[in-house]
Design a protein. Structure first.
Length: 145
């Protein structure tokens, strides 16, 4: 049996980290069965559109999950208008998420899940900051007729 040395350990650690980080800049574990696990605290969101204070990051590709999409979104003292052409669930990770529809506000706190049906015209907003996971169906909603 070959003797284990520091160089071997470093090489193994580098390979494992490379596999976990993949092309994304967050940790995603992929099982051969197709099951995925994402460490949400490693996901770094990027600016979304021209709306200040809105950031997001998709966490699955169409190749990985062709029917459902998912990602992380962050709002920082902002509000933005959106019409959903898909069904969406949002699970609040931290902060306070408000969904305004027809003058009413549905408020979610950490651990809460909010369902928003296809066709809803809403405002995503927060009085402070919010970080939440979103799950959409269909995944390829941008190309759906």
């Amino acid at each position: 049996m070959e003797k284990i040395n520091e160089a071997m350990v470093r090489e193994i650690v580098k390979k494992v980290l490379a596999e976990m980080m993949t092309a994304e800049d967050f940790i995603k574990e992929k099982d051969a069965s197709g099951i995925l696990k994402v460490k949400t605290d490693t996901v770094r969101c990027e600016p979304f559109s021209d709306t200040p204070g809105v950031y997001l990051k998709d966490i699955v590709s169409l190749e990985e999950a062709p029917r459902m999409g998912a990602g992380i979104m962050e709002l920082d003292r902002t509000s933005f208008e959106w019409t959903l052409t898909y069904d969406e669930y949002d699970m609040v990770i931290s902060g306070v998420l408000e969904i305004e529809i027809d003058g009413r506000i549905v408020t979610g706190y950490p651990g809460d899940i909010i369902y928003i049906p296809k066709g809803s015209h809403i405002h995503f907003q927060t009085p402070s900051r919010a970080r939440y996971a979103y799950f959409v169906y269909p995944a390829d909603w941008q190309n759906e007729a």
